[in-house]
Design a protein. Structure first.
Length: 340
């Protein structure tokens, strides 16, 4: 399903790197990713290009507000966020700009890029269905099936303010229309085992504790239970099964870690070099190996964690840009149906 960058793309990346190195030696990144493993990625970039990466981490909404407040005087060159919903907020705030790049266009599939080149995906995150093996013999096989009467009072899922859920509902709006999405959200509220609380790990803990029989969560929260001892999860992880939803129609919903050039980038050549580097085979493999994510570039091998979950059909028919385009409608629907 994935392929490596073409020779042309690699050559273009090398030329861009040399040009950037000759002009300046730093690039400033505002990132809502909080993974120590990213340090090694940026160190590799510096080793190859001579360009130092200065990274400021924070919550995406706070970084967007900072970019807006700084205006033309912002030192930021690159903005990275872990969900397209929040990248959409950056677009609305006017703090990112288009980047026309043959390297990115030749490596990242069109459905993982903004139609006007405002952003592109650097890694993918699947939002899938988990279930307790000892209590569920025939788990729901689609997102829509979660609303069946069989699951009344049996589902754990996060609050409507969670950006992952907002993007999931936005994708359902795109696939099934607003009325279909409203029916789905209503059915989910009816089938909740408890009022939404906590993060994705807490939904999985609910399966172990018996509070719920089915849960919705991003795939890597589950995989962390194998990588280390996660309280309330690892001890019961062998009893948790998973479903890749909608394999007979549109495929499983995947969201994106996405990157963009800021509108007032003081180092645009260096920013381009870094952004193109994030699509390289090395960087893509790094995302796959270090944080249990799926590469955005076809041809890159899976890490050991994602490989554990097996092969699946992703939703490539729904443009990822729809997740942000439908975000306001999604929040309205959540409010209408009483999803806390």
């Amino acid at each position: 399903m994935f392929r490596f960058a073409t020779r042309t793309a690699i050559a273009a990346l090398s030329l861009s790197a040399m040009t950037a190195t000759a002009m300046a030696a730093e690039v400033n990144v505002y990132s809502s990713r909080h993974y120590d493993s990213d340090d090694a990625l940026y160190e590799k970039f510096t080793d190859e290009t001579g360009i130092t990466v200065n990274r400021i981490e924070g919550k995406a909404d706070e970084l967007i507000a900072r970019l807006k407040a700084e205006g033309d005087n912002s030192p930021a060159d690159v903005f990275i966020t872990v969900d397209i919903g929040r990248m959409g907020r950056a677009e609305e705030a006017g703090v990112i700009q288009p980047l026309a790049s043959d390297v990115i266009a030749n490596t990242v599939p069109a459905h993982l890029r903004h139609p006007d080149d405002l952003w592109f995906g650097v890694s993918q995150r699947a939002r899938i269905i988990f279930y307790a093996k000892d209590r569920v013999e025939n788990p729901p096989m689609t997102y829509e099936a979660l609303t069946d009467d069989e699951w009344k009072g049996r589902i754990c899922i996060r609050s409507s303010s969670n950006i992952y859920n907002q993007s999931l509902l936005a994708s359902i709006i795109e696939a099934d229309g607003e009325e279909g999405a409203r029916e789905w959200a209503t059915g989910m509220v009816d089938n909740m085992a408890r009022a939404p609380q906590g993060g994705d790990t807490d939904q999985l803990r609910g399966l172990v504790s018996g509070e719920c029989d089915v849960a919705v969560a991003n795939h890597y929260y589950f995989l962390r239970g194998f990588d280390k001892d996660v309280e309330g999860l690892t001890s019961g992880i062998d009893n948790i099964g998973w479903v890749w939803p909608n394999q007979s129609d549109r495929g499983a919903h995947l969201n994106l870690t996405a990157a963009a050039m800021t509108v007032s980038s003081p180092n645009p050549d260096q920013a381009r070099t870094l952004l193109e580097f994030l699509t390289s085979a090395y960087a893509q493999q790094h995302f796959a190996d270090q944080n249990n994510e799926y590469p955005a570039v076809p041809g890159v091998g899976l890490g050991a964690g994602p490989a554990r979950l097996g092969f699946f059909i992703p939703d490539t028919a729904t443009p990822t840009a729809a997740f942000s385009a439908n975000a306001a409608k999604a929040q309205t629907i959540f409010n209408q149906v009483g999803w806390q």
